[in-house]
Design a protein around this ligand. Sequence first.
Ligand code: FES
Length: 102
Amino acid sequence: MSDFTTVASLADVPESGLKAVQVDGANLVLVRRDGRVYALEDRCSHEEFPLSAGEVTGDQITCALHGARFDLASGTPKALPAVLPVRTFECRVEGDEVQVRL
Ligand code: FES
């Protein structure tokens, strides 16, 4: 099991906003909502479009290309055309640091 890696400053992730980050060659999108930060793979499971180009509505992220929605916590698809989940990663906030475990 790997350790947590600092991937961003909390100040860089706006409330209900998105931030794309790269860590160890992986593209992730961070989403901050209600004081919590979520980390998902920055690639829609439909046609691999970056989810960081989308938007957050409630507890879901919407892909900008065709409108698929995914649950922030689980990556479960909530709206077509996506039918497969996106990967999610354990994420925590330590002080002002957002940390992810890959
Ligand atoms: S690429 Fe995301 S919905 Fe099609």
